[in-house]
Ligand binder design. Structure first.
Ligand code: GSH
Length: 209
């Protein structure tokens, strides 16, 4: 068993693309198993046995199945501590790192989906994210005075947030500010992000043949 024995189930231009970005940033070997969603490959019995939701990203490592983007980012960054993309358990930044990584799945995504679908907002006291604007303001405030979410050092969560915010900006799901635009651009200009885009383009081309 090796820590490099990583398999990522992925479809191009999905939430899986962020995990490809992270793997490229880590510079570790991995195997991509590409699912053609147009052909319904993510609904095959074989894949549903691994992830009953039929969703990507789905990571398999030494027999363990890791689903949910948040878990995939945390898992991979911890698996390669020498790469410096996760504060260690003893690092005072660890709590904030977990907080702002979990925030993506627990608060940001549900708020953005509710907002995009124009669902009637419930009272902030019963919504898991308060309100869309409270949720977004808190995130943006975190980026007011630094280059990265936790200060001047980039961690895996910045790859997560940079690519998430870019995607949301493209689909007009959020309004950005010059500070947020600069943050997104700082992240997506990284060579690992450009490589992940190229991988997706090649996969899309192959799937279209
Ligand atoms: N909660 C999941 C969501 C994953 C997700 O929605 N993935 C989409 C692609 S962006 C998917 O696999 N959709 C396939 C389908 O259900 O048709 C996560 O955070 O990873």
């Amino acid at each position: 068993m090796s820590k490099h024995d990583l398999v990522l189930y992925h479809s191009p231009q999905t939430r899986g693309s962020g995990i490809v970005f992270l793997l490229e940033e880590l510079g570790v070997p991995y195997t991509l198993k590409v699912l053609n969603r147009n052909k319904g490959e993510h609904r095959s019995a074989e894949f549903l046995a691994i992830n009953p939701l039929g969703k990507v990203p789905t990571l398999v490592h030494n027999g363990a199945v890791i689903t949910e983007q948040v878990a995939c980012y945390l898992y991979l960054a911890d698996l390669f501590p020498e790469k410096g993309l996760a504060p260690s358990l003893k690092d005072p930044k660890r709590g904030e790192y977990l907080r702002w990584t979990a925030y993506q799945g627990s608060s940001f995504e549900p708020a953005v989906v509710d907002h995009a679908l124009q669902r009637k907002a419930g009272d902030p006291s019963i919504m898991p994210y308060g309100s869309y604007s409270i949720m977004l303001d808190a995130l943006y405030k975190q980026l007011d005075n630094h280059s990265y979410l936790l200060g001047d050092q980039m961690y895996a969560l910045d790859l997560f947030w940079g690519s998430t915010l870019k995607w949301c900006r493209e689909f007009n799901l959020i309004e950005t500010t010059p500070i947020i635009d600069a943050y997104i651009d700082r992240i997506v200009s990284r060579s690992a992000f450009i490589k992940a885009i190229e991988i997706d383009q090649a996969l899309l081309q192959k799937q279209a043949e």
